[in-house]
Design a protein around this ligand. Structure first.
Ligand code: R5P
Length: 249
């Protein structure tokens, strides 16, 4: 490792705590053995959603995770990290962090596979992706207003109505975790006459029976990128990462 740039690839699933610790161990060891630079390529960067203390006594785990990484890696490359209350990675990371986006890959997928599409962002945070993808392929987009009462209870309503009757609706979100957000959006799209509903997630955590929950709500198909390995993977992000890493030479 002496004098080399070392790249650690980590997607933090299915055991984020273990993965974080393994990353720190590996990075520190690489440096100990003389590595010139340690880059963490994390297609999915876990803990970013916990960006405040939602309930008394909770850890703000994004900050703690960032502290650990700030001390052990020299650079982070990630894909569509969850930036909600943090407006930029600089608010948490001292080391340089490069955000890539799967938007173009998702747009290509929709253009090739889903005719007569309308893109929906299930909440305001996800609308940035929905809007960019819709613009890229020249279709309509809309956003739902989501209210989250708890991690397992969300409701949503359409505030910017578009015609969904007979359309192939594509709901796009950065993370699909319990599937509640997508399920609520799907119910609205079904009620508005959608012909089919495809849910596309950059990061498919898909926990707590998310797939069957979304199916029951009317979702026809779930597609994720391989930021996290899962049977729903249909969009390959390896080229994105490889291209970025090529710049390090
Ligand atoms: C939240 O802000 C994210 O963008 C996702 O909408 C959320 O993480 C999805 O979680 P779930 O699938 O549990 O509703």
């Amino acid at each position: 490792m002496k004098g080399k740039t070392i790249v650690l690839v980590q997607s933090y699933q299915p055991n984020p705590e273990k993965s974080l610790l393994m990353t720190v161990f590996a990075a520190e060891t690489a440096k100990d053995l003389g590595a010139k630079k340690v880059i963490l390529a994390a297609p999915y960067l876990a803990y970013m959603r916990q960006d405040k203390r939602f309930h008394p006594g909770e850890a703000i785990s994004s900050r703690i995770m960032a502290k650990l990484l700030n001390n052990s890696v020299d650079k982070i490359i990630t894909i569509d990290p969850h930036l909600h209350r943090y407006k930029s990675m600089k608010e948490v990371f001292k080391v340089p962090a490069k955000n890539l986006t799967a938007n173009l890959l998702i747009a290509d997928y929709v253009q090739k596979k889903i005719p007569n599409a309308v893109i929906i962002g299930p909440d305001w945070e996800s609308y940035q992706w929905a809007e960019a993808i819709a613009k890229r392929i020249g279709v309509q987009s809309t956003v739902l207003e989501k209210t989250r009462y708890s991690s397992r209870h969300v409701t949503s309503k359409m505030t910017k109505p578009v015609e969904l009757q007979g359309k192939n609706v594509v709901i796009v979100d950065d993370i699909i975790s319990t599937g509640h957000t997508i399920a609520e959006a799907a119910k609205k799209a079904r009620a508005a006459g959608a012909k089919s509903i495809t849910a596309i997630g950059v990061h498919g955590l898909l926990v707590e029976g998310a797939l069957s929950k979304m199916k029951r709500a009317g979702v026809t198909k779930v597609i994720t990128t391989n930021c996290i390995e899962h049977k729903t993977n249909g969009i390959d992000v390896t080229g994105l990462l490889a291209e970025e890493l090529r710049k390090e030479k």
